[in-house]
Design a protein. Structure first.
Length: 460
C-alpha cells in the first residue's frame, strides 16, 4: 500500500496533499475544503476583505442618471479598524459586480463621520431595489478616488467649502473638472458644515467670492443648490444673502437667493426668496421677478436646503424655488403677486464675480449672512424636481440603506502538517492535522467527483 497527500482549494487547484488508500484494490480519495461564506452576489475582488451593500430608495421619483449620492460612514455602520487609516482602500462597485464607480472623499474621520460622494450611473424610476457595494479592507491598496468623475458635465461648480480658509487663495476648491474655485474673505478657521467642513460667516465682514467673473458664464437656464444654517436673523431692508451674481445698477440681469426682504422685493420678512431682474436689453421691461417661499425657514436656526431653478425660454413657471427638497413659493412681479414667474432673462449680469454670503450688487455691499453655508452647487441645466428632492433626501442620509458588512471568507487552501492511514479487511481510516476550523468540509469518495461530504470534527 502507498499513501500520498493532495488537497485542493476552492478557487484553483493547489497541490498540497492527496490521500489515496488502497483497500482490496479500491482507491479512496479525500478532500478538505476551507470554511466558506455564501454570498448572494459574486465577490468583485478577493484582495478586498470586506464589503457593504448600499441599497437606494428612490421611492416615487423618476429615473436618475449619473446621480451623486452621499455615503455617510460612522462607527455604528462600520469598523474603522477594517479600513486603511486614510480610507484609501475604499472602492465602490455597481450591482453588476464589475463596474467600478467614481467617488470622492470629502472628509475621512476615524473618530467621527466620514462623508463620501459616489456617482451612480442609473437609479431606476420608482425603484427601492437598486444597490451598489462598498469594498474595503485591502492593506496594499493605493488611493482610488476620482472626485471630478462624480459630478456630471452639467455641473459648473461644486464647492464643499471645507477647505482651510487660511490657505493660499483660492482656498475653496471646486470638485468638478472646471476648476471654478473661490476665495474666502476674513475667515480664519474651518467650521463644521452640514457635510464635513463648511463656512461660518459673521454677518458683517465675511463672505466667499468666486475667482472668475465668468463663473457662471451668462446662464439662460440653470440650477443653484446649497445648505444654510442661520445663527441669527434680523429682518432688514437689505435681506441676508446666500448666493448672488449682482451688479450695482438697475435691472442688469442680476440673480439673487436670499433670506428676508429688500426694498424692491416682496415684503415677506423671514422667508426665502429667489429674484431675477430683467432689463429691456435682455427682452424684459425692467421687472424684478421673484419667487418667495410659502414657509418661514429663517425664523429659527437649523440646517435647511435651498434650490433655485430658472429657464428664460421655458414659458410659464420657468422660475422655481425649492426648500428642503420640495417646491415652494408665490410668484411676484416686483411687489405684485402673479400666477407664475416668467423672467425673460437668466443669470446674465457680466463683469461681476458671484458671491456667497453677501450682496455685491450695490456701491457698498450689504446683506451679509450670519450663519453657516455648505455644499454650493451650480448647474447649467434645470435639474428636475425629482433630482432636487433626491439631492436633499440623500443629503439628510435618507436615500441609502446600509446592510451589515460582509467578509470575503477563507479562500486559503488548507495546510496539512501530519497524516496517517490504517486499513482493515473491509474498512480504511485516514487521519490528518490541518489548520482549518472544525466547520470545514470533508469530501470523500471513490472518484475525483467524491460524492459524499462530512463536517470535520476538529483540526485533527
Amino acid at each position: 500500500m502507498r499513501s500520498n497527500f493532495i488537497l485542493r482549494g476552492t478557487k484553483k487547484l493547489i497541490a498540497l496533499c492527496i490521500v489515496i488508500v488502497m483497500v482490496f484494490g479500491i482507491t479512496a480519495l479525500v478532500q478538505q475544503t476551507p470554511t466558506q461564506i455564501a454570498h448572494a452576489d459574486a465577490w468583485w475582488n478577493n484582495s478586498w476583505g470586506h464589503r457593504m451593500k448600499i441599497t437606494l430608495a428612490n421611492g416615487s421619483r423618476g429615473a436618475l442618471a449619473n446621480f451623486p449620492i452621499m455615503v455617510g460612514l460612522n462607527s455604528t455602520r462600520i469598523n474603522y479598524a477594517d479600513f486603511l487609516s486614510n480610507g484609501n482602500d475604499v472602492r465602490f462597485v455597481d450591482a453588476d459586480g464589475s463596474t467600478v464607480l467614481d467617488y470622492e472623499i470629502e472628509q475621512w474621520s476615524t473618530t467621527g463621520t466620514s462623508t463620501l460622494w459616489v456617482r451612480v450611473p442609473q437609479i431606476d424610476s420608482a425603484s427601492n431595489a437598486d444597490y451598489i457595494y462598498m469594498y474595503y479592507g485591502n492593506s496594499g491598496a493605493s488611493a482610488g478616488a476620482n472626485g471630478t468623475g462624480v459630478w456630471d458635465s452639467n455641473y459648473v461648480s461644486v464647492l464643499h467649502l471645507g477647505d482651510n480658509p487660511n490657505g493660499t487663495a483660492p482656498q475653496m476648491q471646486d470638485s468638478t473638472a472646471n476648476n471654478k474655485d473661490a476665495t474666502s474673505t476674513a475667515l480664519v478657521a474651518t467650521s463644521t458644515g452640514f457635510f464635513g467642513g463648511g463656512v461660518d460667516l459673521n454677518g458683517t465682514t465675511q463672505y466667499v467670492q468666486y475667482s472668475s467673473t465668468s463663473l457662471p458664464a451668462p446662464l439662460a437656464s440653470g440650477t443653484v443648490e446649497l445648505y444654510y444654517n442661520p445663527d441669527t436673523y434680523a429682518a432688514d431692508a437689505n435681506g441676508k444673502y446666500l448666493f448672488t451674481k449682482d451688479k450695482s445698477g438697475t435691472f442688469m440681469g442680476e440673480w439673487r437667493l436670499f433670506l428676508g426682504t429688500e426694498a424692491a422685493a416682496p415684503a415677506q420678512n423671514s422667508k426665502l426668496a429667489f429674484r431675477i431682474e430683467c432689463p429691456t436689453s435682455l427682452g424684459g421691461n425692467g421687472n424684478a421677478w421673484a419667487v418667495v417661499s410659502n414657509v418661514a425657514p429663517a425664523t429659527s436656526t437649523g440646517w435647511f436646503y435651498a434650490g433655485a431653478v430658472w429657464d428664460k425660454n421655458a414659458g410659464n413657471g420657468n422660475m422655481k424655488l425649492y426648500w428642503n427638497g420640495n417646491a415652494t413659493g408665490t410668484a411676484y412681479i416686483d411687489t405684485t403677486a402673479t400666477t407664475t414667474a416668467n423672467p425673460t432673462c437668466g443669470m446674465e449680469v457680466t463683469g461681476e464675480k458671484p458671491e456667497i454670503g453677501r450682496n455685491n450688487g450695490k456701491a457698498t455691499p450689504d446683506g451679509y449672512f450670519d450663519g453657516q453655508i455648505d455644499e454650493v452647487r451650480i448647474s447649467n441645466i434645470v435639474r428636475s424636481a425629482d433630482w432636487l428632492n433626491a439631492s436633499y433626501t440623500s443629503g439628510i442620509d435618507g436615500l441609502n440603506t446600509y446592510a451589515a458588512p460582509e467578509s470575503v471568507g477563507d479562500t486559503t487552501p488548507p495546510v496539512i502538517t501530519a497524516g496517517a492511514t490504517s486499513t482493515a479487511s473491509t474498512t480504511a481510516s485516514i487521519a490528518w492535522t490541518t489548520d482549518e476550523a472544525a466547520t470545514s468540509t470533508v469530501q470523500y469518495g471513490l472518484t475525483t467527483s467524491y460524492g459524499s461530504t462530512a463536517t470535520s470534527s476538529g483540526t485533527t
